[in-house]
Design a protein around this ligand. Structure first.
Ligand code: ADP
Length: 325
């Protein structure tokens, strides 16, 4: 017999499309297994405020097709403090919640890991972030949809760029993660990708644009990850103009990448992960994450997923460069 009778779910950090599918899967699996489920509104902040409500099979009806999260999310800097996490653990115990499922990125996983290691509360992390930057999992929920959203936008930009023979710099999300920029670059036939924390090679960008024009291209698209530099698109625009006399338009895609209906891939992944999270708690797993490896959804120790994955393959950069000659 499982010791777990009651579980709670929270979303934390940036929202990602597919979080609702995960919530639905957790709730429906838990109800199916005879567990009680609570939703914590607004992440760790909501937990500290006791913002907790019961969820039933019907309360998660008609949500799986919507982006965002019905539980809302937040950032809660106080959660870095030992005393705050102690208070959070008390609240969970007072409410007779036996285990917690946290849907979020590596920061949220860090909070969950500490709740478990310091207070013994069983936790399962579900990777939900558009950045696909959690170690230990090939994909995170929301990444595929965010890429699709950006690709749709860049395809539209390409139409107008071709009509006017223009160069566009399209800024996509990814402060530290290159994943969206690389995938959007491949999908849209971008002439260049600029990745976070990489030195920008303006000479290469300018010579690629020039070479394209010489071989009859009617437009150029540079995909730039937003990175830590404020307004990277405008930085590139200014440099191209001043050093190479190349005029370029900047388009910042911003939050449209996060919103909208989750793609089938994210819906399937989130449903499988939500289901597995509940099964894992029932089977007495105490500190794990649901991950996807080689196409299979499975469990990994949460600790393996705590570092932000920022590495990227130079092969993918080569692919963008080679296919856009
Ligand atoms: P993400 O989960 O998407 O990576 P953040 O890094 O902003 O997003 O983290 C979300 C929240 O998780 C933070 O606001 C904080 O409440 C909690 N958190 C993040 N890092 C830690 C940490 N090292 N220790 C405890 N809690 C953390």
């Amino acid at each position: 017999m499982s010791k777990i009778k009651t579980i709670a779910i929270l979303c934390s950090g940036g929202d990602s499309p597919g979080m609702n599918c995960a919530i639905r899967a957790i709730v429906r699996t838990a109800v199916h297994e005879g567990l009680e489920v609570f939703g914590i509104q607004k992440g760790y902040q909501g937990l500290l405020e006791g913002n907790v409500r019961p969820l039933s099979a019907s309360s998660v009806g008609n949500i799986l097709q919507h982006g965002g999260t019905i539980l809302q999310t937040s950032r809660c800097p106080e959660f870095h403090e030992v005393e705050t996490r102690k208070e959070a653990a008390h609240i969970l115990k007072r409410k007779k919640i036996d285990a917690l499922v946290v849907i979020g990125g590596d920061g949220s996983f860090n909070g969950a890991y500490k709740l478990q290691s310091e207070h013994g509360i069983p936790v399962i992390g579900i990777p939900g972030t558009i950045d696909n930057d959690i170690s230990g999992t090939d994909y995170t929920i929301g990444f595929d949809t965010a890429v699709k959203n950006a690709v749709d936008a860049v395809d539209k930009i390409r139409d107008t760029a071709n009509s006017h023979a223009r160069t566009f710099i399209v800024e996509v999300m990814g402060k530290r993660s290159p994943a969206i920029a690389l995938n959007v670059g491949i999908c849209t036939g971008a002439e260049n990708v600029v990745l976070p924390a990489e030195k920008i090679d303006f000479n290469k960008i300018a010579s690629d644009i020039d070479r394209g024009i010489k071989r009859g291209k009617t437009s150029s698209i540079i995909i730039a990850a937003e990175g830590e530099i404020e307004g990277v698109g405008h930085v590139i625009q200014k440099e191209l103009k001043e050093k190479f006399n190349i005029s370029a338009h900047v388009c910042i895609l911003g939050h449209i990448q996060r919103g909208g209906n989750p793609n089938p891939m994210d819906r399937v992944l989130a449903s499988q992960m939500g289901h597995l999270a509940v099964k894992a708690l029932i089977a007495d797993n105490k500190c794990h994450a649901t991950v996807v490896r080689l196409g299979k959804v499975t469990l990994a120790p949460l600790q393996e997923c705590l570092t932000k994955k920022t590495e990227f393959s130079l092969d993918e950069v080569d692919l963008v460069n080679t296919l856009s000659i």
